[in-house]
Design a protein around this ligand. Structure first.
Ligand SMILES: [Zn+2]
Length: 97
């Protein structure tokens, strides 16, 4: 297995515990997405705010498996067949971060 360099070669990874596939993002990208999302939430009118999740996003949301909660370091490179074509992948902090 090759180890990607920090901030590059972001790829699809598979949870070692439950097999769910995620797409790696850099910590910087995760921070930017969290900021954008929370800014959007803060800008909503109260009537519209109710349609969105109550909890603001946190970078820690990107540190664990969407399926089982495994830590982001407990992943391996995804192999063909790990994930059905067309599935939506959750984002997770890159193992190189
Ligand atoms: Zn998992």
């Amino acid at each position: 297995m090759s180890t990607p360099k920090k901030g590059t070669d972001l790829s699809d990874v598979t949870c070692n515990r439950c097999g769910r596939v995620h797409r790696e993002v850099s910590r910087e990208t995760a921070e930017a997405q969290v900021e954008n999302y929370n800014k959007h939430l803060r800008g909503l009118e109260p009537k519209d705010r109710k349609k969105w999740p109550e909890k603001p996003a946190e970078v820690s949301d990107y540190e664990s498996c969407d399926g089982c909660g495994a830590f982001y370091l407990d992943f391996r490179d995804a192999k063909p067949g790990d994930c059905p074509v067309g599935a939506t992948l959750g984002a997770i902090i890159s193992r190189t971060e």
